[in-house]
Design a protein around this ligand. Structure first.
Ligand code: HEM
Length: 403
């Protein structure tokens, strides 16, 4: 008798990563999506999802077939005609804008921020030590990128909470569950930039370089909204993303205390640990691309005009690229091949800064904290784009001999 293994048929909704259960724990859904094939159509939403590592890299590197200029969010294609410069542009415009910003993100200018970033990390770690029990989102995850982006751009926001809400609204406005309130917050942020933020920037900062000089080579358009939207999008891109990384990192170390202990004894592993944390919990769940002509991906034909969702978190847990992908392993040899920062033309511009912030924070915390424990139930944020915590109550056990 033949041994037949019969799998229960999968209902389309089970493959919908926007279901509340899938948002809370996306990894089982990602695994099922990867089993379905290189690209999976989700009928109710009219989207094509790319869950596997090889295909994600392929889509992100095939910018002629999978364009960004028709929007990179769930709603972009229908809701907006204006595009964000850079992230929602294609060559040749993308090359022009990126070239005029890239020098500000090279090694030397980012290294120049190191002393202040390290000082901020030391202040945050000292506060953590003083509090004992705290919400890691409020005390660690948000303050670090706030300070870093202030140092980078020259913008001092009205308050940390306001900035967190503005940054959150950038992605929330364009999610299936986006509301007019998120658009109001975005308008509020842009109005504040125009009325107050830009005028208060210091003489030498990235913000002035963009607004007054048009970037390092003066090629950002002085007419229309290009300069303002470039500044706004860089500023916002650096807040929620790095905050998510830091919150997710503390949670991951609570779940894997052996990895925290290892990191404390081997500070040389910090750079690799940052990559492994980004692999393990990609801060961005998804960005989109659009097709303008029919295109083949791994033997599946995607029609013209399709919205194609690139699932970073799923690619990062693909066992064909990362053995035992659901295990946090800060010594993982190929951790750096994760796609949490994307790849290709739109590879994250701010990644050197995000890495610096995370490494500085881990350096300080590993010195002062023997271990983190839960001090209450963590609350995942409802964002459908960013995987982050709304609240992460923790208790820190101080390291012996730490001041
Ligand atoms: C852990 C933190 C971060 C993560 C996970 C992250 C992730 C990403 C990803 C996945 C993309 C590619 C989007 C696409 O392919 O469509 C991207 C692009 C971008 N990121 Fe980040 N990012 C982070 C931090 C930052 C920071 C700190 C800044 C600013 C200082 C920044 C600025 C940008 C910009 C300007 C782009 C657009 C680049 C382009 O289109 O050429 N990001 N980021």
């Amino acid at each position: 008798m033949t041994n037949l293994s019969i799998q229960a048929p999968i209902q389309p909704s089970e493959l919908d990563p926007y279901r509340p259960a899938a948002l809370a724990d996306p990894y089982p859904v990602y695994a099922r999506l990867r089993e379905q094939g290189p690209v999976v159509f989700v009928p109710g939403r009219d989207i094509w999802l790319v869950p596997g590592y090889t295909e994600v890299v392929k889509v992100l590197r095939s910018h002629d077939d999978f364009v960004s200029g028709d929007g990179v969010t769930y709603a972009a294609a229908t809701l907006r005609t204006e595009r964000y410069p850079l992230i929602e542009s294609d060559p040749p415009d993308h090359n022009r804008i990126r070239r005029s910003l890239q020098p500000a993100f090279m090694k030397d200018p980012i290294e120049a921020l190191r002393p202040e970033i390290e000082a901020a990390a030391a202040r945050i770690a000292a506060e953590v030590a003083g509090l004992g029990e705290f919400d890691a989102v409020q005390v660690v995850a948000q303050p670090m990128p706030d300070r870093a982006m202030q140092l980078l751009t020259g913008l001092t926001p009205p308050s940390r909470q306001t900035l967190a809400e503005w940054s959150d609204a950038v992605s929330r406005a364009e999610e299936p569950a986006g509301t007019p309130h998120h658009f109001e917050l975005l308008t509020e942020a842009l109005n504040w930039l125009v009325a107050e933020g830009i005028a208060a920037m210091p003489a030498h900062c990235l913000g002035r370089l963009i607004m007054s000089d048009g970037g390092t080579d003066g090629r950002l358009d002085p007419e229309g909204p290009e300069r303002l939207m470039t500044l706004a999008s860089i500023w916002m891109a650096g807040i929620d993303s790095t905050g998510a990384l830091l919150g997710n990192a503390i949670d991951a170390f609570i779940e894997h205390p052996d990895q925290w202990e290892l990191l404390r004894s081997r500070p040389d592993l910090i750079p690799n640990a940052v990559d492994e944390l980004l692999r393990y919990e990609a801060p961005f769940r998804v960005f989109y691309r659009h097709t303008r002509a029919e295109v083949d991906l791994g033997g599946v034909t995607i029609p013209a005009g399709a919205s194609v969702g690139v699932l970073y978190g799923s690619a990062n847990r693909d066992p064909r690229q990362f053995p035992e992908p659901d295990r946090l392993d800060i010594t993982r040899e190929n951790a750096r091949t994760h796609v949490a920062f994307g790849t290709g033309l739109h590879l994250c511009l701010g990644q050197p800064l995000a890495r610096l912030e995370a490494a500085a924070m881990l350096t300080e915390l590993t010195t002062r904290v023997e271990r983190f424990e839960r001090a209450g139930e963590p609350v995942r944020d409802p964002s459908q784009t960013v995987r982050k915590f709304a609240a992460l109550p923790v208790r820190m056990i101080p390291a012996k001999g730490a001041a």
